[in-house]
Ligand binder design. Structure first.
Ligand SMILES: Nc1nc2c(ncn2[C@@H]2O[C@H](COP(=O)(O)OP(=O)(O)OP(=O)(O)O)[C@@H](O)[C@H]2O)c(=O)[nH]1
Ligand SMILES: [Mg+2]
Length: 394
């Protein structure tokens, strides 16, 4: 599946239609007078937040969106029709930013929200409008007002309830695969995950959305590894699940590195409720588990859960803990709804969704992404192939 979380597009609202200059001419009616109608309004640029999308990939194929011009006014006092609107459909969690990539024009966090981003230009007046007692046959008809145009950025910040963080290879994708129907790529080399994955956790009649993002390494905030580019996707999570690889020598150090990167990123990430788990407990002995749990608890100052995503140890306790935090946060601030419905996993039989994903897969655009300055970067094609080989070896 191709995931694209930012796109730069050009939008323009429609120009207004021109007013008409026309005079009533009918048999037996002298001095029929002006009857030119006003022009119609140009189409608006509308942004609609929908729940069956989870990527901005559509905006990779088309970057220019122009609403239609208003229709001209006509004689017999006919006002022109309004131009057709252009409707941009975006996934839940999309922010619309001005060209400076800084000013937030809109933040769409709820499916069904529709906003008029730019209004179409008004139509020009027809000559009927200019009729006065002293000028009974005006020959003035105005052109319509121009629509507005600008480049905007669409930036998707997925809305998940819980976010997975940790060093590469900590087992984040394995955990996501163990507790949801998502099937992310898993392998024993760092940076297997190149873009965020979402999954829905079903828990005793309730559900929440879990996001898996690429691993963080020391210096991620300066661009090391994949960098902190995808941390935006967990900005809106209500709780973070921090996974530590139990087979690592110094688990407390692993913990501190990731915490350091969260703090350096800002955006309130280091202030979020955190659940810490010592992963891969299936491959270390009981004594080591005890020591490492103690070392971690000392480093983070609260309880640490033992976990094995592969063997399925400790999943229930951790999900329960995550859910408790989510429920508490939801009670405190019910505002934002997570994008569960936006997922292929949670929504079966959504033909449009699957078709789009299939098309996206077949496309060459599968192999690139926007860089930090909006430039398009191709993923290394050869490296992709190597990945495949490596996987089949295992
Ligand atoms: N023994 C053991 N191995 C695990 C466990 N969880 C994950 N692994 C292994 O650890 C390796 C990395 O797992 P991933 O799930 O890809 O790790 P990740 O954190 O998503 O890694 P990145 O996407 O690269 O950041 C794989 O070889 C997994 O099989 C576990 O609970 N026990
Ligand atoms: Mg991964």
């Amino acid at each position: 599946m191709k995931f694209l979380d930012q796109a730069k597009i050009f939008v323009k609202s429609g120009d207004g239609g021109a007013g008409a200059v026309s005079f009533r001419r009918e048999k037996h009616i002298e001095f029929g007078g002006p009857d030119g109608g006003d022009g119609g309004r140009g189409g608006d640029v509308i942004v609609e937040c929908v729940d069956n999308l989870n990527t901005l990939i559509d905006y990779r194929y088309q970057q220019h969106f122009k609403a239609a011009k208003g229709h001209h006014g006509q004689g017999r006092n006919c006002t022109g029709g309004k131009g057709d609107d252009v409707v941009l459909k975006v996934p839940v969690g999309t922010q619309i930013l001005a060209e400076d990539k800084d000013t937030v024009l809109a933040d769409l966090t709820r499916a069904g929200t529709r906003i008029v981003l730019m209004r179409g230009g008004d139509g020009g007046f027809g000559n009927l409008h200019y009729k006065t007692s002293t000028n009974q046959a005006p020959r003035r008809g105005d052109v319509g007002w121009p629509g507005q145009e600008q480049w905007i950025w669409l930036k998707l910040k997925m809305i998940a309830d819980a976010g997975l963080v940790g060093l590469p290879n900590a087992g984040k994708s394995t955990f996501l695969a163990a507790v949801t129907r998502a099937r992310p790529k898993i392998a024993d080399y760092p940076f297997t995950t190149l873009h965020p994955n979402l999954g829905v956790v079903y828990l005793s009649g309730d559900e929440f959305v879990l996001a898996d993002i690429p691993g963080l390494i020391e210096g991620a905030h300066e661009g090391a590894g994949i960098g902190d580019r995808f941390l935006g996707h967990i900005e809106r999570c209500r709780v973070l699940l921090h996974l530590i690889d139990g087979t690592a020598e110094d688990v407390a150090e692993s913990y501190r590195i990731v915490r350091g990167e969260l703090a350096a990123y800002g955006g309130g990430l280091d202030g979020k409720p955190e659940v810490v788990a010592l992963n891969k407990c299936d491959s270390i002995v009981a004594e080591e588990i005890r020591d490492k749990l103690a070392a971690l608890e000392q480093a983070c100052g609260h309880k640490v859960f033992p976990l094995s995503g592969v063997a399925g140890i400790g999943l229930k306790e951790i999900l329960g803990e995550l859910f408790a935090h989510i429920r508490a946060a939801k009670d405190a601030e019910p505002g934002i709804v997570a994008a569960s419905a936006a997922l292929g996993t949670g929504k079966r039989g959504n033909e449009g969704f699957y078709r789009r994903m299939k098309d996206a897969e077949a496309s060459e655009f599968d192999h690139g992404t926007y860089g930090p300055d909006g430039e398009w970067i191709w993923f290394d094609a050869e490296e992709d192939e190597d990945d495949g080989d490596e996987q089949s070896d295992h």
